[in-house]
Design a protein around this ligand. Structure first.
Ligand SMILES: CC(C)(COP(=O)(O)OP(=O)(O)OC[C@H]1O[C@@H](n2cnc3c(N)ncnc32)[C@H](O)[C@@H]1OP(=O)(O)O)[C@@H](O)C(=O)NCCC(=O)NCCS
Length: 139
């Protein structure tokens, strides 16, 4: 049987957001955004990349960028069924290709993937969430 092809798509237009949200939830990589908020996050990003298998998203990544010198890499995820096949590496390579010359920052507690791709540790950063996460009230 022929192995289905994985396509790497640099546009958010063919994504089924509720299906993606459910896949993230199954992988315990759901940070609380609704399907609508997930869509807005990707649509409002400067660059996006999805790994698609038979019309379904099995990997993602997006870049916030000022278009000049600074970018931030977020939402890098590959479905647990398809890991260790180079999918995240390909997504990141495509995103990096979109911002030549820019300094790309990210936050992670597992540097193994990024170290392999040439990312190097940075001086310790600082961050804050402005008010409650996603603007939700507690309860
Ligand atoms: C991290 C993640 C995106 C990696 O996706 P992936 O498609 O499996 O990554 P790749 O196949 O491109 O990995 C490339 C290299 O990174 C390293 N790497 C990736 N995942 C690794 C792991 N779990 N353990 C050790 N090394 C790992 C390896 O060196 C690997 O090369 P190898 O398979 O030849 O040894 C995926 O495991 C994931 O979605 N995890 C949950 C979400 C997450 O943590 N996202 C990152 C947020 S910052």
């Amino acid at each position: 049987m022929k192995t289905p092809r994985i396509d790497f798509v640099e546009s958010p237009h063919d994504v089924d957001w509720p299906v993606l949200k459910a896949a993230l939830k199954r992988d315990r990589f759901d940070n609380g955004r609704s399907a609508k908020e997930l869509r807005a996050s990707f649509h409002n990003s400067r660059h996006v990349c999805f790994a698609m298998l038979e019309g379904r998203v099995i990997g993602s990544g997006r870049l916030l960028s000022d278009g000049v010198c600074n970018a931030y890499l977020v939402d890098v995820w590959v479905s647990s069924r398809y890991r260790r096949r180079g999918i995240a590496s390909r997504i990141i390579a495509l995103l990096l290709n979109a911002v030549p010359g820019q300094h790309i920052y990210l936050q992670t507690n597992d540097p193994r993937l990024y170290s392999k791709l040439g990312f190097r540790p940075q001086p310790e950063g600082m961050s804050i969430v402005a008010g409650p996460w996603l603007g939700r009230s507690a309860g």
